[in-house]
Design a protein. Structure first.
Length: 97
């Protein structure tokens, strides 16, 4: 019973963090179309939170097509998959305990 509650709590926290990171990615993608000031602290924070993940994806997959970078879209799809599929497995496993 305690382990079940713990697993559900951890899964919900991970789901919340993934959702927050999805919003950060969306904000970064929108900012890239506006051409923001690179010295702005908010822009730097968003860049530091997203660029390492994009660089990892770009290392293995070609993400630029026609001048557009699809790395944010790839990361969003992967995060949505993880959030919906894998975390639901944790919930099902916890329910069977």
């Amino acid at each position: 019973m305690i382990m079940q509650a713990f697993l559900v709590a951890v899964a919900e926290i991970v789901s919340t963090l993934i959702t927050a990171y999805i919003f950060v990615i969306i904000i970064g993608a929108v900012m890239s179309f506006v051409n923001p000031d690179p010295y702005n602290k908010f822009v730097q924070i968003i860049y530091r939170l997203t660029e390492p993940v994009y660089a990892y994806i770009r290392r293995y997959i070609r993400t630029t097509f026609g001048g557009l970078d699809f790395a944010p879209l790839i990361v969003l799809l992967a995060l949505q998959f993880f959030n919906k599929f894998l975390l639901s497995l944790v919930f099902v496993y916890a329910a069977k305990m």
